[in-house]
Design a protein. Structure first.
Length: 375
């Protein structure tokens, strides 16, 4: 101690440091303690390694499980889509082949190809998906009227709506594009059907032709009836005129005739008088028959002319129907999940599981790195 204190050049810190270095020594059981600690450390390391291996084996299958579930959802959705497509196809086929009766359908399919005219009656149906059905319904009504269309009925609520309308046929294509732009192609679906009304047109034309032919016959018969009537009346009137002329001449001769001749004239006049009455009766009978027959003929002509007007109106109505497109638009409210699902190629649930698989894989890789760094 004295040697440390005698060295005046050293500081107190250096003195104590030097003294401490001289006094350091290992414990008596240092080797035993060291081996014990190393043994405990090795046991702990083996235990943690076993736990790491077990946890590694467990978490290794989590990402694969999520991916397998996502693939399964994709496959199920694909089969469901095919089934829905088949159902829709069958529904469309039924609508296309359905008709008022089998005879009508048979007749339409047996039209001669020589008549290649087309009178297509078009029907338009669309479905729009939106987050706001009320505003979209108002926009559709404005659009229909903007295309010179007519609104027939409107049903609207917060969860859906239905609008039926009619527009000119020549404006259908522009109208379709306008409606599609209201929601976008992903939220727009349509069904357009057309039917050639040629058979109906031919039926009207045949009916009209039959009426016109019948009218031609009736007018001819009426003309012949008038001609025969006039001929008969002229014949009877001629007979009466001839008898009256003879009576007048006999009366003139009577004044200068002798008694015998006067007797003859008187007898002749008496013979002619009944003939005049008879011919007058024939004229009355002829007029009565003529009036009855001409009345019936005129009524039949009138009826056929009305039928002709009806056929012409039906023909005009058919052309107007062909030039008019009757349509309907259904509105469907959609959730935000549906909006996301539309923009994803596949079902949203499958993408969720794929996302979980990716997150779990990244977490697993991070976990491996952390454990490896510890060991």
């Amino acid at each position: 101690m004295n040697k440390y204190m005698n060295n005046n050049k050293k500081t107190n810190e250096e003195i104590f440091q030097s003294w401490g270095e001289d006094k350091r020594q290992l414990p008596i059981n240092n080797a035993l303690l060291k081996s014990s600690i190393l043994a405990q450390t090795e046991i702990l390391a083996r235990s943690n390694a076993n736990k790491f291996v077990k946890s590694k084996n467990i978490f290794r299958f989590v990402p694969a499980t999520f991916v397998a579930i996502a693939v399964f959802v994709f496959l199920v959705n694909m089969n469901s889509y095919k089934s829905e497509s088949n159902i829709q196809t069958m529904g469309v086929a039924d609508m296309m082949t359905s008709s008022p009766s089998e005879s009508t359908f048979y007749r339409e399919n047996n039209l001669s190809i020589k008549d290649n005219r087309e009178f297509l009656k078009i029907g338009y149906n669309a479905t729009l998906e939106t987050r706001n059905t009320s505003d979209l319904a108002k926009k559709i009504e404005i659009t229909v009227r903007g295309f010179d269309g007519r609104i027939d009925s409107v049903n609207n609520s917060d969860k859906g709506g239905y609008i039926s309308f009619a527009i000119p046929k020549d404006k259908l294509e522009a109208f379709r594009l306008e409606i599609k732009d209201l929601v976008g192609e992903r939220f727009y679906s349509e069904y357009i059907n057309s039917q050639n009304l040629l058979s109906e047109k031919q039926g009207i034309e045949n009916w009209q032709k039959q009426i016109e032919d019948r009218l031609e016959v009736l007018n001819s018969e009426r003309g012949q009836l008038v001609k025969n009537h006039n001929k008969n009346i002229s014949y009877y009137q001629g007979k009466i005129d001839a008898i009256n002329t003879e009576i007048i001449l006999l009366n003139l001769e009577y004044k200068s005739a002798n008694l015998q001749r006067q007797i003859e004239i008187t007898n002749r006049i008496n013979q002619l008088q009944p003939d005049v009455s008879s011919f007058n009766a024939e004229i009355l009978n002829e007029n009565r028959n003529y009036n009855q027959r001409i009345y019936e003929k005129d009524n039949e002509i009138k009826t056929n002319r009305e039928n002709l007007k009806s056929a012409q109106k039906q023909d005009s109505d058919l052309l107007e129907r062909v030039e008019t497109v009757n349509g309907s638009i259904s509105l469907k409210w959609i959730s935000l999940w549906r909006v996301v699902d539309v923009y994803l190629p596949g079902p949203l649930l499958a993408w969720i599981f794929l996302g979980l698989g990716l997150v779990s894989y990244l977490w697993y890789r991070y976990y491996i790195r952390v454990i490896n760094a510890r060991f």
